[in-house]
Design a protein around this ligand. Structure first.
Ligand SMILES: [Zn+2]
Ligand SMILES: [Zn+2]
Length: 348
């Protein structure tokens, strides 16, 4: 089959590699759509998380073409998406339900160790329907099916902040994860959502997807603008947002995010950064804020699919480009251009 192979930083080549074969507990999926993730960009540019020879691509949808003899509940032709992360099921993290933090299984995940879905076919190992494999409802299209994985990341970040009807939430950075987090916060009943970015296109889309207020951080000081909306924070320092979700990956904005959060408020970090970041630690202490990272998802796929099927959240506005597998380098360059793209997908 044809696959895009990572040869090293900024080098992807289209190669013929052997077709995957389903073991007794696996399925093979004919890939229809596969999105480029922010983490794929880190891998593409710096070789982060992966080694040369890796086929990337972990946000996918497709049709089942081969089923292992011990797999139950699926048939050839079923439209599916899958959780790419592998889990061991036996370590302390797995046993407490935090399978996304499994330290043993993750090394053999789809697109991280095992071949990913920037290819004509992908093998999903150790399939459990409703566990790591999900059927896509008829009224959810393939492109939306390939957005379930990043939507699950956003839903996890929103759930980790547990928004209420009286909460003012700030989302910093309106890329795919930020925009999807705006949608998820509203779907979970957040009172007021403020979206911050420097791209007019993204700000407009955030408003369309439910942001109550948008702030262009290139035109105004974002912290001052949030302070005007929420009122000043404790001791007159910073603002007083109840919930702040940092999705930009810009160190200076993580710094501002701390200042935007009220005493006793919640800061959730959903982005990755280049190198270490300085934060105003004394504010975290004095405000007794809760700060946590949010990583991947913990069983959110089913809820994302029902939110999509009911129309409560939208996929189409977020997917801005689709490229053929042969044009994957162009797809990556388009995803890197933040003024042009939100979510770029490849259609093998
Ligand atoms: Zn991803
Ligand atoms: Zn485990």
């Amino acid at each position: 089959m044809k696959a895009a192979v990572f040869d090293g930083p900024e080098k992807l080549s289209i190669q013929q590699i052997p077709d995957p074969v389903a073991g007794p507990n696996d399925v093979v999926v004919d890939v229809v759509d596969c999105g480029i993730c922010g983490s794929d960009l880190h891998s593409y540019l710096e070789g982060a998380f992966i080694a040369p020879g890796q086929v990337m691509g972990h946000e996918f949808s497709g049709k089942i073409v081969e089923i292992g003899k011990d797999v139950q509940g699926v048939k050839i032709g079923d439209r599916v998406t899958a959780v790419p992360l592998s889990t061991c099921g036996r370590c302390p993290r797995c046993l407490e339900g935090a399978t996304h933090l499994c330290e043993i299984g993750l090394a053999e995940s789809v697109a991280y160790g095992l071949p990913g879905a920037f290819a004509e076919f992908v093998r999903i190992p150790n399939v459990v329907l409703g566990g790591n494999l999900y059927k896509i409802p008829d009224n959810v299209d393939d492109a939306a099916g390939a957005l379930v994985e990043p939507l699950a990341v956003a839903l996890h970040a929103a759930k980790m902040s547990a928004p209420g009807p009286s909460d003012t939430c700030v989302v910093l950075g309106l890329g795919s994860i930020g925009l999807n987090t705006v949608q998820m916060l509203k779907a979970l009943g957040a009172g007021r959502v403020i979206g911050i970015d420097i791209s007019p296109v993204r700000l407009k889309l955030a408003a369309q997807l439910g942001a109550d207020i948008t702030i262009n951080g290139r035109e105004v000081d974002a912290l001052e603008a949030v302070t005007e909306i929420t009122g000043p924070g404790a001791y007159g320092v910073g603002a007083r947002a109840d919930i702040v979700i940092e999705a930009s990956g810009v160190g200076a904005l993580l710094n501002q995010a701390v200042s935007m959060t009220r005493a006793g408020g919640k800061l959730r970090i959903a982005a990755l950064y280049e190198g270490d970041v300085m934060v105003p630690a004394n504010q975290i202490v004095q405000k007794e804020m809760s700060v946590s990272g949010t990583f991947a998802y913990r069983g959110e796929f089913a809820q994302v699919l029902s939110l999509l099927a009911s129309g409560r959240i939208q996929a189409a506005p977020v997917i801005t480009h689709t490229f053929a597998l042969d044009d994957i380098e162009q797809a990556f360059r388009t995803q890197l251009d933040k003024d042009v793209s939100i979510k770029v997908q490849v259609a093998p």
